[in-house]
Design a protein around this ligand. Sequence first.
Ligand code: BDR
Ligand code: CA
Length: 409
Amino acid sequence: MHRDPNSDQRMEIETKRSAGDSSDGERAAWSRREFLANSTGLAVAGAIGGLAGNVQLSAHDLAASAAGSHSPALASAPGKTRRIIIDTDPGIDDAMAIFLALRSPELKVEAITPVAGNVPLDLTLANALRLLEIAKRRDIPVAAGASHPLVRRLATAGHVHGVNGLAGVEFPEPRIKPVHDTAPELIRRIVRESPREITIVAIGPLTNVALALRADPELASMIPAIVIMGGSLSGGNMTPAAEFNLYVDPEAARIVFDANIPLTMVGLDVTRKCLVSEQHIKQLEAAKNPVSQAAGKILRATYERMRHGGEVTDIALHDALAVASLIDPGVITRKDYYVEVETVGEWTAGQTIGYDGHGPIRKSPQMETSAPEPAPAEIPFKPNAQVAVGVDPDRFFRLLIPRLIGSAT
Ligand code: BDR
Ligand code: CA
């Protein structure tokens, strides 16, 4: 049975249902108020990690319990195909990322789970279906995800991605339909069927992934790696502090970063160095296959819109770099960090704060009016993420363009 992808109201209801157990009788209705009342990101992380009570220390304790466990994220056996779920909000660069994954024999795309982000869910969902049709991959399940962030109003980026999310380029209506499961349900099912086999590639706001983790406390231990396009240690693109995917849903990001899953953060520090050139677009346009033609059209339309708007024609392929880093780990260099996500700052929510071990992990002082509690002990450094700190843009484009053109595998 398929859901109507345009029925936003139904999606919303289904998404809320998905926060509970997946069996119909046990599904708990989930609301924003419940999230606020019952589960800050840290409390949820504590539950996931099997730790009780101590909200202040749970993030660190979880990171500490991950000691040494964050490095295998990119260490799949040579020659072994990596099975991935792409959680995404297509999106111009999401489209390139999805095409790259579909064209790469090193990866097996098990599912695509759209989420509201660059544009609302009805469009990200339809776009994901369209992209699969273009790539002739109707076999890959697509499950509708969250139509809004956990507790905030949805912020979108139509000014970057065009009103339809694909730079205004019109592709035929997709004939394939989403599966009945919601995105968090599908993520849970696929991961549970193959524990420690499925890598999550999250290139949109982290709402779907957080909902899956929140609904299933054991799930985190079954996910061997998560690669996130998001965050930044060098300033944001939505505010001076926050990168878009984290800006949209900081509470979800907090849950994911604190979930004790080996995590790679491919953030703006590196992705904004991967800029499309006119030459790249011409190469895509010259190749006569549906994927390169579609990619060329999307990037050409973006380029022209920016040029006519008097903007700098810098198109950064953020999301495609995250996928590329799984195919060719050498495209980025990584460094261990302890990363926390700011959720309470009025001007800074969604900021990623990275500790690299040169100083103690230290929170802001408590408000004078807060109930007294013991001064926090100095928290020793334990990384919870590998952050991409360097990138070879030429190597990235030497991988990406031939794959999209179909002249290399
Ligand atoms: C991220 O935000 C979105 O607009 C892009 O698709 C990418 O995932 C970059 O900040
Ligand atoms: Ca995206």
